[in-house]
Ligand binder design. Structure first.
Ligand code: HPA
Length: 271
């Protein structure tokens, strides 16, 4: 069972490597794990070595915490995340966010691969998540530990406006055509039906994925500010239906990696 004490045990293990004090957490989604290579003075801690940590099972997701610096900031990166569809409980999916919380993280940058339903999107675009709609069980269901957060946390401002303005300014400077929109989190693992993609678009949603929402809710509970970035790995078009595949998602995300790196580096410079 996950308790405050099991979270603390994981945190203490990470502290035992010289007491590195991370300021910013970054979750690297499908196909995006190479970002961690750009950190300086890296320390790689495999998830399997960390007491109480779940272990990642999906292709394209490594299972490491990578600690290091970038643009003068102390960073902790998750190379690979845990998904509800893998069979983990919502508490397991969000366990690393709790560990980051106890490590003192106040800003979390979350990336993912997502399907685009906005007609103006193209494969390889990067979308700022301005808000989300959840179609997953809430990770805060169950007893509330007040040491971790309040019973009924607000999530209305969790996608921080200031961080959104910063990333927009960086995109402009770097000449990256950045999109923005609402992300819907589904459980997966099946991709959506055509009717579902159309429904989401009609609801004003721009991107569809299978992650992020639980981590953002727990980050809000833990008092963090979040910047969410989706890499659009496939775009739904009812006039040219193409079946999405996991390999396609990975290949298309790979191509957006360098833009994502430039964006995140630019944001780190300014916070
Ligand atoms: N749907 C859900 N999740 C996804 C998709 C999609 O089309 N593409 C990448 N992750």
């Amino acid at each position: 069972m996950i308790t405050y004490e099991t979270i603390l045990e994981s945190k203490n293990y990470i502290d035992s490597f010289g007491g590195f004090k991370p300021q910013i957490g970054i979750i690297l989604g499908s196909g995006l794990s190479s970002f961690a290579d750009s950190l300086n003075d890296k320390l790689v801690i495999p998830y399997k070595d960390i007491p109480n940590f779940p272990i990642s099972t999906v292709k394209g997701h490594k299972g490491n915490l990578v600690l290091g610096t970038l643009e003068g900031k102390n960073i902790i990166c998750m190379q690979g995340r845990f998904h509800f569809y893998e069979g983990y409980s919502m508490q397991e999916v969000t366990f690393p966010i709790r560990v980051m919380q106890l490590l003192g993280i106040k800003i979390l940058i979350i990336t993912n691969a997502a399907g685009g339903v906005n007609k103006s999107f193209s494969t390889g675009d990067i979308m700022i998540i301005t808000d989300h709609i959840s179609r997953m069980p809430n990770p805060l269901i169950g007893p509330n530990d007040e040491r971790l957060g309040t019973r009924f946390p607000s999530t209305s401002e969790v996608y921080d406006k200031e961080l959104i303005n910063i990333v927009k300014a960086v995109a402009k400077k770097e000449n990256i055509d950045i999109k923005q929109g609402v992300y819907v989190g589904n459980t997966g693992p099946s991709f959506e039906t055509n009717a579902e993609y159309i429904m989401f678009r009609n609801l004003g949603i721009s991107a569809v994925g299978m992650s992020t929402v639980p981590e953002v809710i727990v980050a809000a509970h833990g008092g963090m500010k979040v910047l969410g970035l989706s890499v659009i790995s496939n775009v739904f078009d009812e006039n040219a239906i193409e079946e999405p595949s996991h390999q396609e998602v990975l290949d298309n995300v790979e191509r957006a990696n360098s833009n994502l790196l430039r964006l995140i580096e630019g944001v780190l410079q300014q916070i």
